[in-house]
Design a protein around this ligand. Sequence first.
Ligand code: ADP
Ligand code: ZN
Length: 618
Amino acid sequence: MQIFLHPDMENVLKRYFGYVNFRPYQREIIENIMQGKSSLVLMPTGGGKSLCYQLPALMMEGTSIVISPLISLMHDQVRQLRSNGIPAVALNSSAEEFDMMTLQRECQDGHVKLIFLSPERLMLELPRLLRSIRISLIAVDEAHCISHWGHDFRPEYSQLGILREKFPDVPIVALTATADKVTRFDILNQLNIPDAKVFIGSFDRPNLSLDVRRGLDSYEKRIAILHFLASHQGEPGIIYCLSKKNAESVASFLQAHHVEAAVYHAGLPLMERNRTQEDFLNDRVQVVCATIAFGMGINKGNVRFVIHYNLPKSIENYYQEIGRAGRDGAPADTLLFYNVQDIVQLTKFARTSGQSEINMERLNRMREYAEANVCRRRVLLNYFGQETASDCHNCDVCQHPPQLFDGTVYVQMALSAVVRANQMISMHTCVDILCGIPSQEVGKYQYFKLKTFGVGRDVPVKDWKDYLLQMLQRGFIEIMYDQHNHLHITDLGRQVLYGERRAMLAVIRHEVQPSKGKRKPFSQKEILPGLWKFPADEPEEDKELFETLRQLRLRIAQQKGEPPFVIMSDKVLHQLATYKPVSMQAFGNINGIGEYKCATYGPVFLPVIIQHKSKSGA
Ligand code: ADP
Ligand code: ZN
């Protein structure tokens, strides 16, 4: 396949990637690279970083080198590029999977525009292949792996400093989703590109809905997940759990309820993990219940939801994990559960970690997010140093603004139980006392004799848990982590207890089911950060056609041995089911369909659309 260099960026964008507009900063980044300058690109997962080096790779003479930390990532990228008719190869192990002479010639002839390499292979090829071909640009993907400060440090990345020296005239572009300043500085330093232009893209991912549920116990969480899945039938998603044990038990629970669920954690054999990842990629398994070990390699476009069964330990982790949903730009849902056990557990982790102060700070910011009663997206963006002028209308706070009520009496009841039990009770026992539950602990310490025993039995147990969590967040009580997690009353709490201050609490939302059907209708428009507006005159999507096309895609994927989302993204299918093109030209006009996809799949999809239209009389 010969690639023709084209001076018009928009043209190349539509022709090879099928897109009409650049996302914010993509154009500037591409221009900077094409002027031969180095760049550091910070954008969230799914923000569109790859295009920033893939497009110039097509437009510049020679071959682009992309360094990537994981084999699975490289293969995904190559697969996706090829599905758009772009010639790319991946070289990872030292095994000669290619005839290197042929590869060299293909590069020289302009037939291979991108080579993906692991850092180890890069070192090996420096005196070989890379000396004999013209290199147009060097992209360092997941560049935070170079930094000790980052969360994915890879020793092999430390050698990449040599690139600047070996190729002084080749532009280097480092890309990462990690935004913190120390890591940023470290990347520039270690790659020896101190003068690189830094591009900080918007961290907004408006197609991800944000939802948080607090205070649910394991059983309640599982039921809530079943309800959630009922509105995501057959859609791929990830459930992140804090422990291997939880990941396993949630998966078994789902399997028992006829959900195709698999487990992924570091304790499983590599073969099994790889199989699960492949099954997920190919839509053979719907839900993966995983620990954070299920991470960077997940470059699947059509993940439609991410659930956090437990609170993550930092906002960075959380954002990266939810970022794996909706990479194709179509709407995707995220749901975070958190309860007091999470806080106890994570606090323990943070305190016993090497950097307890930093980790406690990170955890506290995460808690603030979970407890926010302003637009959650604002809290997130603010965390990443970006402010927005308006609320998002796509988070639970925006959709159900919390209503406050004067909860002084409840707070006084709880605090009085704590004080009367000499501040020697856990949150759990506190609920037992308030609700008059004769638990083991209550019997053992004769708490049934307390004046407060059963004083709050009119309030359900579940609601007391919620109120206590709110009291914790509002600073009326604190948990003594080093004293059996007993509750202590704070000065602020004392003021409420003695009637010197009123305490406001949030009214508890009772519906278990996430607002089904709340998803915004699909839009042809590329969703821009901060914008989630849909023109009123958009035609409606034909759900039946979407399903038919999804099945068609699955069959093609199976025949080709490719994951379905590589054939066509969900977003493209939604557009096809909305606009129902019947000519090749209209098919090619769909956002996300480039020339290659149009020519390859137009003749397969069009007859199905035409048949559906005539059948339904649409
Ligand atoms: P990242 O590498 O930042 O995680 P990707 O490069 O995988 O993100 O891009 C995420 C998705 O956005 C991909 O499906 C990609 O094709 C799509 N995308 C990138 N740029 C554009 C654009 N200009 N218009 C529409 N979609 C885009
Ligand atoms: Zn919001």
